[in-house]
Design a protein around this ligand. Structure first.
Ligand code: NDP
Length: 291
């Protein structure tokens, strides 16, 4: 059996088309949703992310506000910008690109963003709302991963899910979403004993580790849905660099029921979900502020 390929690139493109329709309707009603992206310093990977985010924001018809600050920017200066964006009615979503330079405390900055404009879903208010099932903005990568899973199977109740990774931005929120969908969830991490045995019981296996091709084919339960969040750059035997996930794709594809590729799986969904969160934030703010 060869697993169904979950085409994140195509699914993200459809999501962006739907968003463009919503954005056009909101714009016609008098408010074009806007996303502000703040980049401090010149980290090459961050520059690529910020460029892609800005391009896709404009492509769906939203307003894109880009702030590129020098690596020497102080914390107070960044906090002052966040305050201005919090108060700016044209800005519905604020994203401060991580990592930040060492003189800036990321936690302090992320907590300064108004929760209703926190389209990354990292503010403790949103973390709490999501964890208690009371709404809130869901972090983009887990949200996109759930959307991909739901293209394969809508009703997840009763399934065993294993999430490898317990970071605040991927692993933990992924656990909350799978729990809310009725899965029995196990969270694995670097201290987990017998990870292969644990993974073999998973109907849904989410790998968010950052270790190239760690999950082997014989860790995968036949027919499982495998979501590979990992993005790792490796150099092949030919000396060329390429991206691989946390899952040994060819091995796993021979066993799984459905699997995401890297690249072209979770990655494109992450930016599409950022736009989705911004449109949702704009809609919520409009419903609160009388026109
Ligand atoms: P972190 O480094 O914050 O977390 C990695 C997690 O993996 C930790 O919980 C760690 O455990 C666990 N881990 C490390 N080694 C092992 C091991 N040998 N066995 C089991 N668990 C292990 O990473 P992120 O969550 O930020 O990102 C994970 C991956 O996802 C990265 O490759 C990143 O590039 C990618 N990513 C992709 C995105 C996308 O859009 N597709 C977006 C965000 C991230 P412990 O807690 O015990 O240290």
């Amino acid at each position: 059996m060869v697993a169904q390929l979950i085409d994140g690139k195509a699914i993200a493109a459809r999501l962006r088309q739907d968003l463009a329709v919503e954005v056009a309707a909101m714009t016609a009603q008098g408010h074009r949703p806007g996303l502000a992206v703040v980049l401090v310093g010149e980290d090459p990977a961050s520059q690529v992310y910020v460029r892609n985010k800005a391009r896709q924001t404009v492509e769906v018809g939203m307003e894109s506000f880009e702030y590129r600050l020098p690596a020497s920017t102080g914390q107070d200066e960044l906090l002052a910008l966040v305050d201005r964006l919090n108060a700016d009615p044209a800005v519905d979503g604020i994203l401060v690109q991580l990592p930040l330079p060492p003189q800036i405390d990321a936690t302090t900055v992320l907590r300064a963003i108004l929760p209703e404009k926190d389209v990354d879903g990292f503010h403790p208010t949103n973390v709490g709302l999501v964890a208690t099932g009371a709404g809130g903005i869901v972090p983009c990568t887990p949200l996109g991963s759930m959307m991909l899973i739901e293209t394969v199977r809508r009703d997840l109740a009763g399934l065993n899910a294993v999430v490898i990774g317990r970071s605040n931005i991927v692993g933990k929120p992924m656990v909350q979403l799978l729990l809310a969908a009725g899965c029995t969830v196990t969270v694995a991490h670097s201290k987990t004993v017998d990870l292969p045995g644990l993974c073999r019981r998973a109907d849904i296996l989410v790998a968010a580790v950052g270790r190239p091709e760690m999950v082997r084919g014989d860790w995968v339960k036949p027919g499982a849905i495998v979501i590979d969040v990992g993005i790792n750059r490796v150099t092949g035997a030919d000396g060329k660099s390429r991206l691989v996930g946390d899952v040994a794709f060819a091995e796993a594809q021979a066993v799984a029921g459905a699997i995401t590729p890297v690249p072209g799986g979770v990655g494109p969904m992450t930016i599409a979900c950022l736009l989705h969160n911004t449109v949702k934030a704009a809609a919520v703010r409009r419903s609160l502020v009388p026109a």
